[in-house]
Design a protein around this ligand. Structure first.
Ligand code: SAH
Length: 391
């Protein structure tokens, strides 16, 4: 008997093994079209169609793409999926804050937090890296090693996941719940600027997700040489994690200050394009009891910001297990804010959000790491008990 193997017919790959197009930039979509043999002349047009279906309508099924020929839809479905990465945790706080832990790959988990009432209607805080290299002493993410940069697609995917949960497809411009994006999740965005800039291009695209550049804020611990470049490439709003008004203390709290001190940092901030009263820099200042919260420091902060169109965000320190600091007393924070207000700065105190779901910086992932360690212990215990002699 002769057995014939038909090698021309590839077995159907499991859907999960196919790459997703969701979150890809327009140039990346075009490259994918060329990869599957769409002629270059048409690849651009196809990429634009896909962009609209995926990022304006939120489509997750090629069959919804009614202006794409049936054969091409089938061909697309042979090569790609439109689904999002696996969400390993999704929590909704009593105050409406939502948090997602997304699994981008084995051991690669990033968190995003939706915070209602921030920005025009609500802001999504996205991660740009998994882990961080900066080791700021008050930040829990700083205690985790850098795992890797997130790709532009993975950054955009965080926005798609939030839109899915908020039910905001198609991307209408009226009555949106998700109006602002802040790069204040895990990681240092200016150490991943290429991917952050590509993600921003996709997020602002008027035929896609369509969130304005002025509604996107990128926060940095102070990678000075990249600051003007961020402005030139993205047009985003700038936020600086300042936290101290002199080099000695800042060297301790935000160690990247040893590389780029306050003078270099402020020279770079002054070079940020288009700063004016409508486009101000946000300075974040975490309130640490007895460390950086004296009234003398509030006055020093006012001096430091002279001549820069600025907003100040006072952030009550969010403690984490084993953290070496405490949050300043509420009265102290208010007195500190009062000095800033008298100097003409609106200085809102960022109210703690989503406390019941641990929505603070770096906490979700560490919880899950803790849990999996606990799970491992339990498994080890169970294995032990299974092997051990019956009692
Ligand atoms: N690497 C970037 C973005 C991530 S941190 C940056 O440093 O700006 C986002 C903001 O959360 C920063 O202002 C950071 O200083 C602040 N933050 C980190 N841990 C915190 C904590 N435990 N309590 C309050 N704010 C914290």
């Amino acid at each position: 008997m002769k057995i014939e193997l038909d090698l021309s017919r590839r077995p159907e790959a499991a859907p999960a093994a196919l790459p997703s197009l969701a979150g890809l930039s327009l140039p990346a979509l075009k490259a994918e079209m060329e990869k599957i043999g769409v002629e270059p002349r048409k690849a651009s047009m196809r990429a634009k169609q896909l962009r609209r279906w995926i990022h304006h309508f939120g489509t997750q099924d090629f069959d919804d793409m009614t202006d794409v020929a049936k054969e091409l839809r089938a061909e697309l479905a042979n090569h790609y999926i439109l689904t999002r990465p696996e969400i390993t945790e999704h929590q909704v706080s009593r105050d409406g804050t939502q948090k997602w832990l997304t699994r981008f790959g084995p051991g690669i988990e990033g968190e995003s937090v939706y915070i209602p009432g921030v920005g025009k209607a609500g802001a999504l805080c996205v991660s740009s890296q998994v882990g961080c290299t900066l080791n700021c002493t008050f930040c829990h993410t700083g205690t985790q090693k850098l795992v890797r940069n997130l790709t532009a697609q993975e950054i955009v995917t965080q926005v798609l996941i939030a839109r899915d949960a908020l039910g905001e497809w198609p991307a209408s411009t009226e009555g949106r719940l998700l109006t602002n994006i802040v790069f204040m999740g895990m990681g240092e965005p200016l150490y991943n600027l290429d991917n952050v800039a590509e993600a921003i291009d996709t997020i602002v695209d008027g035929d896609g997700i369509s969130i304005g550049r002025r509604r996107i804020t990128v926060s940095t611990a102070g990678v000075a040489p990249k600051i003007p470049e961020l402005g030139a490439r993205t047009g985003a709003m700038l936020a600086i994690s300042l936290h101290a008004t002199n080099d000695d203390l800042r060297n301790e709290l935000v160690p990247i200050n040893k590389k780029y001190n306050l003078k270099e940092l402020f020279d770079a901030i002054r070079a940020y394009p288009e700063l004016n009263n409508a486009k101000r820099v946000t300075f974040e200042y975490v309130m640490l009891k007895g460390v950086n919260d004296s009234l003398a420091e509030a006055r020093a902060l006012v001096q430091l910001l002279k001549g820069i169109p600025a907003k100040i965000n006072l952030i009550p320190f969010n403690p984490w297990p084993g953290s070496p600091y405490e949050c300043s007393e509420w009265d102290t924070i208010e007195e500190f804010a009062e000095v800033l207000n008298r100097a003409g700065y609106a200085s809102p105190i960022r109210t703690p959000r989503g406390r019941d779901i641990l929505a603070a910086c770096g906490q979700l992932r560490s919880e899950s790491v803790k849990k999996s360690a606990a799970e491992k212990r339990r498994e080890a215990l169970e294995a032990d008990q299974a092997e051990g002699p019956a009692a």
